[in-house]
Design a protein around this ligand. Structure first.
Ligand code: NAG
Ligand code: NAG
Ligand code: NAG
Ligand code: NAG
Ligand code: NAG
Length: 278
């Protein structure tokens, strides 16, 4: 087991070392690098460079399933959505960007538990709290909800590239799902976009032969969430620490954007998820 993990990590470290990177402001005011642009990508050859007015807000591991439908044995599986828990790895990733690449190949092989709020424990890496979840709305919008942070991203696709050759194929052996860059579709709260990179598993079977009419393929990935740089946040601007009486910038800034309609959407989606879980 240990040698399997070390082998997986060695692969992960070798890809990350060879990938060009997309520089972006980190939450601590320093520039950090999103591993981007697999050299082996087919089609679009790069993810988009993050706008200079954006800052990384959270780095999470997503662990869950990618769903597909199969119309007939001769059909090709069609993506219909995904469901994943989001675990906060921000501190780990900022301290050890290369180490982060070792997590999805291990997480993808662990059982998924959508019903509890349990943390993700990866031996040798740490224990990471669950801070949100990823799902698709009934209209097919990729959505990321962080209820206790009052943050929501309604995503729209900006760029998609194939995972680099040698990416972890996941427990179903089908291959690593795409790397992608989502922007704000509108109606997001406190988040403006996300990069999904360092994927493991999640691609469909090549054909529907021998498959059920709906398929769920386990996967894990890292998700790097961005928002407009909060210039009222003196820590991000690299100035002196705010006084103890200063209110948390993240909440004061997003409050005006948290409209009743958004609360309704979150409530509706949460209700739907709970109904499904029951
Ligand atoms: C952030 O930068 C992008 C790209 O340069 C620009 O289109 C957008 O208007 C900027 N947003 C704000 C709020 O300044
Ligand atoms: C994904 O498939 C599972 C069954 O494996 C189902 O319970 C779930 O509702 C589906 N979710 C989406 C978003 O398609
Ligand atoms: C980064 O994480 C990996 C995996 O846990 C570990 O082997 C490595 O020593 C870490 N590097 C640093 C600089 O902490
Ligand atoms: C889930 O766990 C996170 C991290 O431990 C915590 O912040 C959050 O309040 C919990 N959510 C629920 C619904 O229990
Ligand atoms: C199809 O679904 C049944 C019932 O959920 C399951 O037992 C079976 O393993 C599935 N077949 C495949 C090929 O996944």
């Amino acid at each position: 087991m240990l040698s399997l993990r070390n082998t997986l990590s060695a692969f992960a470290l070798s890809w990350i070392a060879t990938q060009p990177v997309l520089a972006i402001n980190g939450p601590n005011g320093n520039s950090i690098n999103i591993p981007g642009t697999p050299a082996s990508a087919v089609g679009t050859t790069t993810l988009l460079t993050p706008p200079s007015n954006m800052t990384i807000k959270h780095i999470t591991i997503g662990h869950g399933i990618q769903n597909f439908t199969c119309a007939s044995p001769s059909a090709t599986p069609v993506a219909i959505g995904a469901l994943a828990n989001l675990y906060d790895v921000t501190s780990f990733a900022l301290a050890n960007e290369t180490g982060l690449a070792g997590i999805p190949p291990i997480a993808a092989f662990q059982p998924v538990d959508f019903a509890s709020n349990s943390s993700l424990t990866i031996a040798g890496f740490g224990t990471f709290p669950r801070i949100g979840n990823h799902f698709f709305t009934s209209a097919g919008v990729p959505t990321f909800a962080f209820p206790t942070l009052n943050e929501l991203l309604s995503g729209k696709s900006l760029a998609t590239i194939n995972a680099p050759a040698g990416s972890n194929p996941g427990p179903a052996g089908t291959g690593a799902t795409t790397w992608l860059d989502l922007g704000d579709k509108g109606g997001s709260i406190g988040l403006s976009g996300v990069y999904r990179i360092l994927t493991a598993g999640g691609l469909p079977f090549k054909t529907c032969q021998g498959q059920n009419s709906t398929i769920s393929v386990p996967y894990a990935a890292s998700y790097w969430f961005l928002d407009l740089t909060d210039t009222s946040n003196t820590l991000a601007a690299g100035a002196a620490s705010p006084s103890a009486s200063a209110s948390p910038a993240v909440h004061t800034n997003i409050a005006p954007r948290f409209h009743a309609a958004n609360i309704f959407v979150v409530a509706l989606v949460t209700f739907g998820l709970n109904a499904w879980l029951m």
